[in-house]
Design a binder for this molecule. Sequence first.
Ligand code: CDP
Ligand code: CDP
Length: 228
Amino acid sequence: MAVGLQIAIDGPASAGKSTVAKLVAKQLHYTYCDTGAMYRSITWAAMQHGLRLTDEVAVVALLDKSTIRFEPGEVEQRVFFNETEVTAAIRQPDVTNNVSTIAALGGVRQKLVQLQHQIAAVGNIVMDGRDIGTAVLPNAEVKIFLVASVSERATRRYKENLTKGINTPLAVLKQEIELRDKKDSTRKISPLVQAKDAVLVDTTSLNIDQVVARIIRIVQEKEKDHNK
Ligand code: CDP
Ligand code: CDP
């Protein structure tokens, strides 16, 4: 029996998962866990080591002897791979475009899910990713499947990239997002799919505050049931 409430937020790339998950966690004083940052970190490290990204044995061996950890930061959570801060590096386009290949490796998923379970054991948790409601926290009391049209998601990523000095054309971003969604949805292990008991929230025409408010309402309803 889990301690406290578990909130699982899944969905395709750039649907707003991490932005809203962070705000929901802050508002509720819950712990936030960005599982995408874990897959991104091992992808970054495998690339640094020049590993073949489909070489499961080599990538798992690297993960086995490494640590991935989060630290609170002023603006965003800081991510460390061993002692190296990778917060910015893991958001670079080369990592983004390779992460789905690493995320398809069963051994990598097994290790990272173990780490996710350790983090979730603290109690009230908001966790976002692709397989949280289906595989990582299948008993989560609140499951949200966040979507938006691909054009809207590409536009959001485009605007976000500009603030980081990255200027990938919108049409290219759209293609990259579609390709990553396809890889994530069609992989054999824990593919991106809406859990049967997840609430679908289409954010195409909703701003961040509206999405957060909607999720908080869903959580409050569950909290009432939970405390009965
Ligand atoms: O923020 P964005 O939607 O671009 O991606 P992310 O959440 O940082 O996740 C990056 C990639 O990690 C995804 O495209 C998936 O390939 C993988 N991932 C996964 O397989 N399972 C998760 N629970 C989280 C991420
Ligand atoms: O984690 P995920 O890839 O699903 O998306 P994200 O990184 O949280 O959000 C991608 C971008 O969309 C960020 O720049 C958010 O500020 C923006 N966003 C938005 O404009 N409207 C929303 N309703 C949600 C996110």
